[in-house]
Design a protein around this ligand. Structure first.
Ligand code: SF4
Length: 355
């Protein structure tokens, strides 16, 4: 069991005078075996953070640590295997000329001859059948390709599995089946699962913790129950208000403003031009234009990056009841999570259109 620690990680795209900082000194710390949902609009930096954790983009500063291992700029093959990633469209990451069996054999450690039984285990773990061994990606549905992608990640026996929008391109029954599968795999294998999604309903369904990102910064962190019940940052409130009901699928929709230009972000609080309770609405909030609230977020409730969120030490008693991680999820999603009846899951997958 290995903790995931992200300490002051920054990422630039481009070099020299053309470099644009898309991730700003992100620090997060999660116990082993948690399921962490990362949400935010397009351009918020959530996928860049995932790629930095997986070692797929170079970091300008900061460190990623899993257990006792702090990864350097060049990860050994063994360290690469410890953090695995699955993507929205598995077609782009699966070799179209390799069968499922070849893909999984490639991903397993050790000699091929000793891995035949391991392939059986992996197929069973992700709900694929023996007949799928000889299938090419093009022969499979979108949901089945996502299962192959997850089996390939499992073959590495990772400490951390990052799923970047893995359910976004799937229809509702298949989405439900894949979410249930992820929850099952995490419970069986006890890896830390980082789940990036536009779908707040899916995050609420399977995650223990939620990280809200905006313009390359973390602006609120807490248990899913705490943040949904009592959001502290105005942006989190806008996100939650932008969806019609917690009983439906909660797609994050861009809220009526241009995204922040990473080449020229607003000074002070990056959310200040959009903030409904910031300087555009109130004369007494000039600090929002000059002081970055991320600097003092550590001491605020839910690490809220807002100057006006309460400090944890100022509260006489907790604002919400923190639910232990193991009871925080609603993995066996019922209709209240907008999920289809379980019986529709596999049946629906046969009708899925390709991602
Ligand atoms: S710091 Fe100011 S602008 Fe930023 S979220 Fe808080 S109130 Fe709004």
């Amino acid at each position: 069991m290995n903790n995931l620690r992200i300490a002051g990680v920054s990422v630039d795209y481009g070099k020299g005078s053309r470099a644009v900082t898309v991730l700003h000194e992100v620090s997060l710390d999660f116990p082993a075996g948690h399921i962490i949902g990362i949400v935010g609009e397009s351009g918020s930096g959530k996928s860049t953070l995932a790629r930095a954790v997986a070692g797929l983009v170079p970091v300008r500063g900061g460190q990623v640590t899993v257990g006792e291992t702090t990864f350097g700029p060049r990860r050994s093959r063994k360290d690469q295997r410890r953090v695995q990633m699955a993507f929205q469209d598995p077609s782009t990451s699966l070799n179209p000329r390799m069968t499922v069996e070849q893909t999984l054999l490639d991903a397993c450690a050790g000699p091929r001859s000793s891995n035949a039984a391991r392939i059986d285990e992996l197929l069973a773990a992700v709900g694929l059948e023996q007949r799928h061994r000889r299938s090419l990606p093009a022969d499979l549905s979108g949901g089945q390709r996502q299962r192959v992608s997850l089996a390939r990640a499992l073959a590495a026996e990772p400490d951390v599995l990052i799923c970047d929008e893995v359910t976004s391109a799937l229809d509702a029954p298949t989405r439900f089946a894949i979410l249930s599968l992820l929850a099952e795999l995490q419970a069986d294998h006890q890896f830390t699962l980082v789940f990036i999604s536009h779908d707040l309903g899916a995050v609420r369904q399977i995650c223990d913790d939620i990280v809200v990102m905006y313009a390359g910064q973390v602006i609120e962190v807490g248990t899913v129950n705490d943040v949904v019940a009592d959001p502290q940052h105005p942006y989190t409130r806008v996100l939650l208000d932008s969806v019609p009901s917690l009983d439906r699928r909660l797609e994050i929709v861009p809220v009526d403003f241009e995204p922040v230009d990473p080449r020229n972000p607003p000074s002070g609080c990056r959310f200040n031009p959009r903030c409904p309770v910031g300087p555009t609405a109130r004369d007494d909030r000039a600090a929002c234009l000059t002081d970055d609230p991320v600097a003092g977020a550590e001491s605020r409730l839910h690490r809220s990056a807002c100057h006006f969120s309460p400090r944890s030490s100022d509260l006489d008693h907790p604002r919400t009841t923190t639910v232990p991680a193991s009871t925080n999820r609603t993995a066996s999603a019922g209709p209240g999570c907008g999920a289809p009846p379980p019986s529709m899951g596999e049946q629906g997958e046969r009708h899925v259109t390709s991602a």
